[in-house]
Design a protein around this ligand. Structure first.
Ligand SMILES: [Zn+2]
Length: 93
Protein backbone atom coordinates (compact mmCIF):
# COMPACT_ATOMS: atom_id res chain seq x y z
CA UNK A 1 0.00 0.00 0.00
CA UNK A 2 1.37 3.38 -0.96
CA UNK A 3 -0.69 6.28 0.28
CA UNK A 4 1.73 8.82 -1.16
CA UNK A 5 1.15 7.92 -4.80
CA UNK A 6 0.56 11.04 -6.85
CA UNK A 7 1.32 13.34 -3.96
CA UNK A 8 4.40 15.48 -3.61
CA UNK A 9 6.55 14.33 -0.78
CA UNK A 10 5.43 16.36 2.20
CA UNK A 11 6.06 14.80 5.58
CA UNK A 12 2.69 14.15 7.18
CA UNK A 13 2.04 13.44 10.83
CA UNK A 14 -1.14 12.56 12.62
CA UNK A 15 -2.75 14.92 15.13
CA UNK A 16 -3.44 13.03 18.38
CA UNK A 17 -6.86 14.65 18.67
CA UNK A 18 -8.49 14.68 15.22
CA UNK A 19 -6.33 11.84 13.82
CA UNK A 20 -5.92 13.70 10.54
CA UNK A 21 -2.65 13.48 8.64
CA UNK A 22 -1.39 17.04 8.41
CA UNK A 23 1.89 18.49 7.04
CA UNK A 24 4.45 18.39 9.81
CA UNK A 25 5.12 22.13 9.48
CA UNK A 26 1.56 22.91 10.60
CA UNK A 27 1.70 20.76 13.71
CA UNK A 28 3.12 21.30 17.16
CA UNK A 29 5.47 18.55 18.23
CA UNK A 30 5.64 17.31 21.79
CA UNK A 31 8.51 15.16 22.91
CA UNK A 32 8.89 12.75 25.81
CA UNK A 33 11.92 13.53 27.94
CA UNK A 34 13.33 11.31 30.65
CA UNK A 35 13.56 14.00 33.35
CA UNK A 36 10.63 16.30 32.77
CA UNK A 37 7.93 14.31 31.06
CA UNK A 38 6.28 15.66 27.93
CA UNK A 39 7.69 18.93 26.71
CA UNK A 40 6.91 21.24 23.86
CA UNK A 41 9.40 20.76 21.04
CA UNK A 42 9.36 24.21 19.45
CA UNK A 43 12.04 23.52 16.88
CA UNK A 44 10.56 20.05 16.18
CA UNK A 45 13.98 18.45 16.24
CA UNK A 46 14.49 17.13 19.73
CA UNK A 47 15.36 13.45 19.81
CA UNK A 48 12.93 11.09 21.43
CA UNK A 49 9.43 9.84 21.00
CA UNK A 50 7.12 12.57 19.75
CA UNK A 51 3.42 13.24 19.37
CA UNK A 52 1.80 15.90 17.25
CA UNK A 53 -1.09 18.26 17.72
CA UNK A 54 -2.65 20.51 15.08
CA UNK A 55 -3.55 24.15 15.69
CA UNK A 56 -7.33 23.76 15.88
CA UNK A 57 -8.51 25.05 19.27
CA UNK A 58 -10.90 22.09 19.63
CA UNK A 59 -8.00 19.69 19.21
CA UNK A 60 -5.93 21.48 21.83
CA UNK A 61 -8.92 21.40 24.15
CA UNK A 62 -9.60 17.73 23.52
CA UNK A 63 -5.94 16.83 24.03
CA UNK A 64 -5.95 18.58 27.40
CA UNK A 65 -9.29 17.20 28.55
CA UNK A 66 -8.72 13.62 27.49
CA UNK A 67 -4.98 13.55 28.21
CA UNK A 68 -4.27 12.46 24.67
CA UNK A 69 -0.60 13.47 24.68
CA UNK A 70 0.00 11.65 27.96
CA UNK A 71 -1.67 8.56 26.57
CA UNK A 72 0.21 8.72 23.28
CA UNK A 73 3.59 9.12 24.96
CA UNK A 74 2.95 7.30 28.23
CA UNK A 75 4.35 10.14 30.31
CA UNK A 76 2.96 13.12 32.15
CA UNK A 77 2.74 16.58 30.67
CA UNK A 78 5.30 19.07 31.95
CA UNK A 79 3.93 22.22 33.56
CA UNK A 80 5.37 24.35 30.77
CA UNK A 81 3.69 22.26 28.07
CA UNK A 82 0.40 22.33 29.94
CA UNK A 83 0.48 26.11 30.33
CA UNK A 84 1.26 26.50 26.63
CA UNK A 85 -1.73 24.32 25.72
CA UNK A 86 -4.08 26.15 28.07
CA UNK A 87 -2.99 29.45 26.53
CA UNK A 88 -3.80 28.11 23.07
CA UNK A 89 -7.37 27.31 24.07
CA UNK A 90 -7.84 30.88 25.26
CA UNK A 91 -9.12 33.11 22.41
CA UNK A 92 -7.78 36.20 24.21
CA UNK A 93 -4.27 35.00 23.66
ZN1 LIG B 1 -6.26 18.03 15.22
Amino acid sequence: MNSETGVRHIPLRRCVACRQAIPKSQLTRFVKTAEQGIQLDRAARQPGRGAYLCSKPECVFKALQKHLLERALKASLSVEAEIELIQRTDPQN
